[in-house]
Design a protein around this ligand. Structure first.
Ligand code: C2E
Ligand code: MG
Ligand code: MG
Ligand code: MG
Length: 277
């Protein structure tokens, strides 16, 4: 399958590739209909304050329930949707669905906590994004402080100059911005200091190893230090043990996300975690 993308004249072909290609084409055809057939659902994973352990925010994580294939992970279908451009429709659907849900929680009398939505590279590069988001905010009467976007380092570093402009437009709307999976990409610290960022999310690969491997401890505490000195807050992703939690709390990480507290869950289950105002 990879061979398709290389520029080489020589193409090694194996029967299994044929099968793989066919499967991904079928998957693509099914994905095209997933929105209209109501097969997509947004799950939400709470984020807690490291010291009070109160839920202070949610992350929207997309799920695809295919009648034929069962639950398909975003790790599988998001890259596919990114390749074929479908991510623009899917991404917009996620933003609208999250706003619809926020409006509903608000109308039901819950005290709303901000929801972070993951952006894809194509979505982030599209010039229409700030306008589209602001139209949806108006439609659902969304306070922009209820809404955050997560970007990755590679999305920013691909074209830092235009990235800064788009980020500033989003910030002007009042949306908070986070860098996801921080520490795995190639951020230039010189750009980082100029970016209008609110949060760095420490990648799970470091969190997995903290308290077990001193180099992971060093990376995690350094990220927390850089964030603090640049006026940003830190979120640790993938926290699964009390040892990890204690380490992060002792080292002044601000927010914790991970199976130790909560797994991603449907909106109906989230309602039980929210407080009525
Ligand atoms: P991400 O944004 O870095 O999300 C974190 C992933 O780690 C999620 O996987 C979450 O379920 C998982 N996770 C959270 N806590 C723990 C933990 O304690 N242990 C372990 N082992 N895993 C944990 P998920 O939901 O499968 O999403 C995978 C990736 O797919 C996301 O990574 C994000 O990059 C992408 N994604 C998900 N939803 C969307 C979306 O609506 N739009 C876009 N563009 N990408 C999305
Ligand atoms: Mg994320
Ligand atoms: Mg992440
Ligand atoms: Mg990650």
């Amino acid at each position: 399958y990879k061979a398709k993308e290389t520029q080489s004249d020589i193409c090694v072909f194996e029967p299994s590739m044929d099968q793989h290609l066919l499967q991904s084409m079928e998957l693509e055809a099914d994905l095209r209909q997933a929105i209209t057939r109501n097969e997509l659902q947004v799950y939400y994973q709470p984020k807690v304050d490291a010291s009070s352990e109160k839920v202070v925010g949610l992350e929207a994580l997309l799920r695809w329930f295919s009648p034929d294939r069962g639950m398909i992970s975003p790790g599988v279908f998001i890259p596919l949707a990114e390749q074929n451009g479908m991510i623009l429709d899917i991404g917009l659907w996620v933003i609208e669905e999250v706003c619809r849900q926020l409006r509903q929680w608000c109308d039901q009398g819950y005290s709303v906590v901000p929801v972070a939505v993951n952006l894809s590279a194509k979505q982030f590069q599209s010039l229409d994004l700030p306008e589209q988001v602001s139209t949806i905010f108006d439609r659902y009467q969304i306070d922009s402080s209820w809404f955050e976007f997560e970007l990755t380092e590679s999305m920013i570093m691909q074209n830092p100059v235009s990235a800064i402009r788009i980020m500033e437009d989003l910030k002007k709307l009042g949306i908070r911005l986070a860098v996801d999976d921080f520490g795995t990409g190639y951020s230039s610290l010189n750009y980082l200091r100029r970016l209008p960022l609110d949060y760095l999310k420490i990648d799970r690969s470091f969190i997995d190893d903290v308290t077990m491997d001193f180099s992971a401890d060093a990376v995690a505490t350094s990220i927390i230090g850089i964030a603090k000195s640049l006026g940003m807050q830190t979120i640790a992703e993938g926290v699964e043990t009390s040892a990890q939690l204690m380490f992060l709390r002792d080292n002044q990480c601000d927010f914790i996300q991970g199976f130790y507290f909560y797994k991603p869950m449907p909106a109906a289950d989230i309602s039980k975690q929210l407080i009525r105002c």
